[in-house]
Ligand binder design. Structure first.
Ligand code: ADP
Ligand code: ZN
Length: 290
């Protein structure tokens, strides 16, 4: 049995399952502080004989195995989780291989293995929710360099009529600053879920997302782009994304039919947790190969 932790800013989803991504049991635990949340995570896995655990975590996190703070959540504003030794805490409770990556990289792996990008050796998974983040599978492997990608903070051109200052305290008018769920809520003074009928909201949302996708397409040339996260439940955004992306690309690169290229997650809300099971499987495999 493998264990999976999808650690999000609002909730942790823990699951046990097999190497084929089949989930056997799962629970959700609110993300409060480590003293409350982690013992509940440990209690859940204690019911099972776990061979390995995969963690897909909110970030930024340290994924560099050479680093003294490998396995830490690093610079989050969330109380209690800054400089948090996540991997070591889990290893102290369970002496098994532990895989560690971002929540969106885990989701990209899940989608590339069993979801909308199944059979492809490259895909991009983007979540548009409380924050915006993206993970990528490139040539069959999760994209990692100095650290993990932070594509949600890509700069975008502000719409000439958009006077909203931006929600990102680091960059103001990056994609997350202008298009995350909290940015929508602050700009339009209502929650996204209540704005479904306001086409100008989703037109502007598509305008910003398309600009970021333009950059990702030019730089990474992914074979599939998957858009998840709460905001993307507003499926009327997709036609705006297609329209603006086509305008921006201006036939410079040829892309597949966009309705087949830029899609919703094949695994629905389970992309991250199934991807985390796969991180556990990889960690186990690496241990065996060592
Ligand atoms: P998280 O990012 O915390 O893991 P979500 O992906 O659900 O969780 O993102 C939450 C954000 O998405 C909130 O800002 C919320 O207002 C927004 N959101 C969630 N569901 C919807 C929806 N159906 N329509 C529009 N916005 C939504
Ligand atoms: Zn930013």
């Amino acid at each position: 049995m493998l264990g999976a932790i999808e650690a999000g800013g609002t909730k942790f989803v823990c699951a046990v399952g097999d190497e084929m991504g089949k989930i056997i049991d799962r629970i959700q635990i609110p993300t409060t502080n480590p003293e409350d949340t982690i013992p509940r995570v440990i209690a859940f896995f204690n019911q099972y004989g776990i061979k390995a655990i995969g963690i897909g975590s909110f970030g930024p996190i340290d994924v560099n195995p050479e680093s003294p703070t490998y396995g830490y959540i690093t610079s989050t504003p969330k109380t209690g989780w800054k400089d948090y030794p996540f991997v070591q805490t889990i290893k102290d409770a369970f002496p098994v291989p532990v895989g560690f990556n971002t929540d969106v990289n885990a989701a990209a792996l899940g989608e590339a293995t069993f979801g909308a990008a199944k059979g492809l050796d490259s895909c991009l998974y983007i979540t548009v929710g409380t924050g915006i983040g993206a993970g990528a599978v490139v040539q069959g492997k999760l994209l990692q360099g100095l650290s993990h990608p932070e594509m949600g903070h890509t700069l975008v051109r502000r719409h000439p009529n958009d006077e909203y200052q931006g929600k990102c305290s680091y960059h103001h008018d990056c994609l997350e600053g202008l298009a995350s769920g909290p940015a929508i809520e602050e700009r339009w003074a209502d929650k996204g879920v209540n704005l479904t009928e306001r086409s100008e909201v989703w037109d502007l949302e598509g305008y910003y997302i398309a600009q970021a996708l333009m950059q990702y397409v030019l730089i990474l040339s992914p074979k599939k782009i998957i858009l998840g996260g709460g905001v993307m439940n507003q499926i009327q955004i997709f036609p705006y994304i297609y329209k603006y992306l086509l305008e921006l690309i201006n036939n410079y690169v040829s892309l597949p039919d966009l309705s087949d290229y830029i899609v919703r997650p094949g695994l629905g809300d389970n992309a991250g947790v199934i991807g985390s099971l796969l991180l556990a499987k990889q960690a186990l495999q690496e241990e065996i190969n060592r």
